[in-house]
Structures are given as structure tokens and as C-alpha cells.
Design a protein around this ligand. Structure first.
Ligand code: COA
Length: 159
């Protein structure tokens, strides 16, 4: 039986923090599906198509990694893919409360789906997509945080 993991998020945009987690996560599963949430409530800067495209560009050569998008309940998407594992990254202690709520809600909805947490690499633990967008908007280069293709897209949108 194939071990399938779903790694959901908004990815607005994908950062080196996500990429580090994708590389490590993908080495543990046969299929590692990055599921880009529509997340319309978050009013993303990039459309879902743009977020998927950027992820496909930066993960293109990684074996076992797929990129998809989903709307509606995450657990329905996970079941639809025949998966039982959701992977989430933890950056700092403040992530814990929200992740705890999500994991328990998802478990209540579908008891045999497990959420597996991975620690984000310490070099990437302090930033988020929102901070990166704000920094680029104010004129800084953020090439330590995002791949060059993503930096270009950020500049096109924000400057
Ligand atoms: N390194 C650096 N930063 C990271 C990171 C990492 N490894 N992993 C996440 N982040 C950052 C992201 O950039 C993001 O920053 P931002 O808030 O400034 O944009 C932040 O952490 C949180 O991002 P993400 O992991 O994408 O979470 P999210 O809150 O946007 O998405 C969903 C959560 C989409 C998984 C969740 O809302 C969901 O499941 N939605 C579907 C609807 C549903 O089923 N709801 C009920 C579930 S309880």
C-alpha cells in the first residue's frame, strides 16, 4: 500500500520554509501531495492558479511530489485522495494552538485521518508569507526567503 501524505496550506507564496519541509516530508512518503487551499477568506495576493504554478516550478525535480488545489473541507480532499495523513509544519510555539484546534477538528470529522507535525528548519522559523509580502512591498530584496522565480512574481505584483 502506498504511503500518501497531504501537505495543505495557502502558499501565498511558497517560501524556502515550505520547500525545506516539502523536501524532508517527501522523503518519508511514496506520494507527497501539496494541496493549495483556495483560502478565499485570507484574500490571497496570488490566485490559486498562480500559487500552484509557483509550487510546480520550485518542486519540479523533486521525486514523489505533486501539486494540486482544493476548496471546501480539507478532510474531504484527503479522503478523496485515498490518504490518511495530513502533514503540517510547526514554526514557533504560537503556531501550536491553531494547529491543535485544526488537528482535533479534523480528527473529529474523520477519526482515521492523522495529522503529523514536522518542525520547520530553525533558519526559517521566524518568517511567514505575510511578512515577506510586506517586506517586498517596502522595497527590500528577500532572496534569502524565497526562490528567485517567486521573488520576480512578488515584484511584479507588489511594485
Ligand atoms: N516555514 C515558514 N513559514 C511557514 C511554514 C514553513 N515551513 N509553514 C507555514 N508557514 C507560514 C505561511 O507562510 C503562512 O504565513 P501567512 O499566515 O503570513 O500567510 C503561515 O505560516 C500559515 O500558513 P499555512 O500553513 O498555509 O496555513 P493557513 O492557515 O494559510 O492554511 C489550511 C490552513 C488551508 C490548511 C486550513 O485553513 C484548511 O484546512 N482549510 C480548509 C478548510 C477546512 O477544512 N477547515 C476546517 C479545518 S479545521
Amino acid at each position: 500500500m502506498k504511503r500518501i501524505a497531504i501537505y495543505p496550506g495557502t502558499f501565498d507564496p511558497v517560501t524556502y520554509g515550505h520547500i525545506d519541509l516539502i523536501k524532508r516530508g517527501a522523503s518519508l512518503f511514496d506520494r507527497f501531495i501539496i494541496a493549495v487551499a483556495h483560502s478565499y477568506d485570507k484574500k490571497p495576493l496570488f490566485s490559486v492558479e498562480e500559487r500552484v504554478e509557483m509550487l510546480k516550478t520550485v518542486t519540479g525535480t523533486m521525486s514523489g511530489v505533486e501539486v494540486d488545489d482544493f476548496g471546501g473541507l480539507l478532510v474531504n480532499y484527503v479522503k478523496g485522495q485515498g490518504a490518511r495523513v495530513i502533514v503540517r509544519g510547526l514554526r514557533v510555539i504560537s503556531d501550536f494552538e491553531f494547529e491543535f484546534q485544526m488537528a482535533l477538528t479534523n480528527r473529529n470529522l474523520v477519526p482515521d485521518i492523522e495529522t503529523v507535525f514536522m518542525m520547520t528548519n530553525e533558519s526559517y522559523s521566524y518568517f511567514s508569507s505575510r511578512i515577506i509580502k510586506e517586506t517586498v512591498k517596502l522595497g527590500a530584496e528577500v532572496d534569502k526567503f524565497v526562490p528567485p522565480q517567486v521573488m520576480e512574481k512578488l515584484k511584479e505584483k507588489l511594485r
